[in-house]
Design a protein around this ligand. Structure first.
Ligand code: ZN
Length: 275
């Protein structure tokens, strides 16, 4: 599943090809993905210039003066910029044709999503779509640090891992990144969020930022996969210390890593190194 680093890498890959281009047309090959696609997109978007490709949490926004197209890659979605005459493949659901002023065939921004958990929605200018309304800060923004986590967590008895994965607390810290950051910070995922000290939250916030930055950097090396006509979108793999390694030796102390379900998500941690 695309996580925040993949979505950010997609944004960085698309931006130079899409920003400043005018939309020549929109083709919807089905009326819905996870939710119905607002049909007015086919009327509102053509003729508009795409001023910016933005990311908020795991959503991408194509900003125009008429409003923003709001996209989510869901479980299996990908976006690529392709020559306009590229033959369709299965699950190519949406084309946004780009007018490049160079004559046909131009290029298209093509949305492919086999499992259809992604979405294409519309955000009118000056409004915030309800899906974006209650989101916490971006983990790579200045608003996110240890003091913020400390303040937000007071009085909370939920496990710190569940707290971190709450999108109202901070966006984009998925299961992998929560497990890895807690391992790096030496904090047990089971500890009550309200019982973690300010100092330990400072370390945790730093580890979250570090691993997300690292993953985004790694993604940069696979950027071409997002725009090549034949490549599969590259969801990059990281060397992981804890995630997916239950029962294996802890990379730090060698004792077997524990595994349990926390908040219905599989969690791996070291009972010795994480307190
Ligand atoms: Zn250990």
């Amino acid at each position: 599943m695309p996580e925040l680093p993949e979505v950010e890498t997609t944004r960085r890959g698309l931006a130079p090809h899409v920003e400043g281009r005018r939309v020549a047309g929109v083709t919807l090959r089905r009326p819905n993905l996870r939710w119905p696609i607002p049909p007015e997109i086919t009327e509102l978007l053509p003729g508009q210039r795409i001023d910016a490709v933005r990311r908020r949490a795991k959503y991408l926004l194509l900003d125009t003066a008429a409003g923003s197209a709001l996209l989510h890659l869901g479980m299996s979605g990908s976006l690529r910029v392709l020559p306009g005459d590229t033959p369709l493949r299965a699950h190519d659901h949406v084309d946004i044709a780009l007018d490049e002023g160079r004559g046909p065939p131009g290029r298209v921004l093509r949305f492919n999503d086999p499992r259809r958990f992604g979405c294409l929605l519309w955000q009118p200018p000056g409004e915030t779509h309800e899906l974006l309304a209650d989101l916490g800060p971006e983990p790579l923004s200045e608003a996110f640090d240890g003091d913020y986590l400390f303040a937000m967590s007071r009085g909370r008895s939920a496990p710190v891992k569940t707290f971190l994965m709450d999108q109202r607390v901070v966006v984009g810290v998925g299961n992998i990144y929560a497990a890895e950051a807690l391992f790096a910070a030496g904090i047990s995922p089971l500890r009550a969020a309200g019982k973690v000290s300010r100092e330990r939250y400072a370390r945790l916030a730093e580890e979250i930022r570090k691993i997300l930055r690292y993953a985004i950097e790694r993604g940069g090396t696979t950027l071409r996969d997002f725009i090549s006509p034949d490549g599969e979108p590259g969801y990059f793999e990281l060397e992981l210390s804890a995630y997916g390694r239950g029962g294996e030796p802890c990379p730090r102390c060698g004792r077997p890593l524990k595994q349990a379900s926390i908040g219905q998500r599989t969690t791996v941690w070291c009972g010795h190194c994480q307190k």
